[in-house]
Design a protein around this ligand. Sequence first.
Ligand SMILES: C[S@@+](CC[C@H](N)C(=O)[O-])C[C@H]1O[C@@H](n2cnc3c(N)ncnc32)[C@H](O)[C@@H]1O
Length: 217
Amino acid sequence: MQIDIITLFPKMFDGPMNQSILWRAQDKKFIDLNIVDLRHFGEGVRKNVDDRPYGGGAGMILRVDIIDACLKSIKAKPGTKGQKIILTSAGGAKFTQDKANEYSKLKRMIILCGHYEGIDNRVAENLVDDVVSIGDYVLTGGEIPAMVIADTVTRLIPNVIKPKSLTEESFSGMESEYPQYTRPEVYRGWKVPKVLLSGNHKKISEWRNDKPNSDIP
Ligand SMILES: C[S@@+](CC[C@H](N)C(=O)[O-])C[C@H]1O[C@@H](n2cnc3c(N)ncnc32)[C@H](O)[C@@H]1O
């Protein structure tokens, strides 16, 4: 899958997107990550990308014409089969595991990061396929939401991680995964549940089915 992320802060992606499974997914060509610097499409010597809101109000709004120029330059058009242009917004539709599954089947995902006060609403109205929120809170920019979306989707692409790891985890047929333990068997008097040491797979499986992690206070 090709993942394009449009941002005013490309350096934010340097570390987080180049570690662990995300790095391996790129190395093995499961994803091709393209970080696009929106500033390159800015106007004038100062490369302006934003302006004050019509009607007054606080902060600066990213301009629709600048974003349109950027999307055109990377040949991203809403409604294209196998692609989605996704706008990050606190007021968008909630990003869920189901949505991540749907996105993992795409050939290309283009994520647009807002910043400052937000983005001219004509972008949401005309230039994107989906408007997505990662939760009911406001972040300074869409960069962390873009990483959340890219990470969640990448691990669902076939063979990025072992299929068994995906079937036995939270939100995949179970609300939350069962509790997991490893060595040492006893630590500071805290014991691993006996059934997990029994070798009885039927009992282990029953225990796991009865014991969602949400039991933990
Ligand atoms: C400071 S926020 C703008 C908040 C906006 N004025 C509002 O009240 O919803 C700047 C950018 O961060 C991103 N953002 C903030 N919170 C988000 C969330 N919960 N989910 C997705 N994107 C978010 C969006 O791209 C947004 O345009």
